[in-house]
Design a protein around this ligand. Structure first.
Ligand code: ZN
Length: 288
């Protein structure tokens, strides 16, 4: 059982792909707030309108669903790196500015490189500029393949953007990329996955070497093989390794609050809303 005071903020999780059972289990494990970055659906989108319906659901329906389980929901919006390569999706870049004005949006993201193409260069630079002009942080995904080269190129583009490092989180880091990422002054994001990539014990070893400052730990849970309780598993692994409750609170609550708090838009007092309906729909099935 988590301690009664444990509070967890998952700074990167795709709840649209998850169930109400996940929300209930996350609440039981101490999750009280989260950020859902916009990303691709697995299935390629064929028109910009598909993005707008998705963005609207990240600003409306999904926060409503989260609030039913006592969890504060925020989002980051962007044209994701993968779909930046599809010319059909590029008009999204022109619509983004009006979405970035909305209250539930706490950063521009996920942006960054997937295959490091010229189209991705263009979309990344344009969206870093949007973050700068909207005074929002940026959530920057580092590539899963060719990680060291991908990070080096990402850091070059970030320097050119003029966005302060304190407004940037570099996500999906691991042992090979944490050093140069830490030197950049950016926030350090780690996605904890089942079996592959980063796991809780590897995360604890990185915390031992690099400390708890500027570290963000997320589950990145989505429609793929993933686990929305990985943040809680890291908390348990930290305590087992000799970190104390205050260290856990810093990494799993105060750090993400400080990073996304730069937007001025966090709402951390979510309680279940009086209304059981969102635009006439509820999460219940059948009779009242
Ligand atoms: Zn993601």
């Amino acid at each position: 059982m988590p301690s009664p005071t444990r509070r967890i903020f998952d700074p990167h999780i795709h709840m649209t792909s998850r169930t109400t059972d996940d929300y209930a289990a996350m609440y039981d494990a101490g999750v009280r707030a989260l950020v859902e970055p916009s990303f691709w659906l697995g299935q390629p989108r064929t028109s910009p309108a598909s993005f707008y319906d998705y963005f609207d659901s990240l600003l409306g329906w999904e926060p409503f669903r989260a609030a039913q389980y006592g969890i504060a929901h925020h989002c980051t919006l962007a044209l994701n790196p993968k779909e930046a390569n599809d010319p059909r999706c590029l008009p999204v870049l022109d619509e983004l500015p009006r979405y970035l004005l909305k209250d539930g949006v706490v950063a521009v993201g996920e942006i960054g490189y997937d295959a490091m193409t010229p189209a991705e260069d263009t979309a990344l630079a344009a969206q870093l500029e949007l973050a700068r002009t909207h005074e929002l942080p940026a959530l920057v995904h580092t590539p899963h393949r060719d990680k060291a080269a991908g990070l080096a190129r990402t850091l070059d583009v970030l320097r050119e953007s003029g966005l302060p490092p304190a407004s940037v989180a570099l996500d999906h880091l691991n042992e090979t990329t944490v050093g140069p990422a830490a030197d950049s002054g950016c926030w350090l994001g780690f996605s904890i996955y089942p079996d592959t990539k980063m796991d809780p014990d590897r995360m604890v070893r990185i915390l031992r070497v690099h400390g708890t400052e500027r570290v963000l730990v997320n589950s990145a849970a989505d429609w793929g093989r993933s686990d929305p309780l990985k943040t809680a598993h890291v908390a348990d692994a930290m305590l087992a390794a000799g970190f104390d409750e205050d260290d856990v609170d810093q990494v799993l609550w105060r750090n993400p609050v400080a990073f996304y708090g730069r937007s001025g838009r966090l709402r951390l007092d979510a309680t279940a809303p009086e209304a059981q309906l969102f635009e006439g729909n509820s999460i219940l099935r059948g009779g009242e």
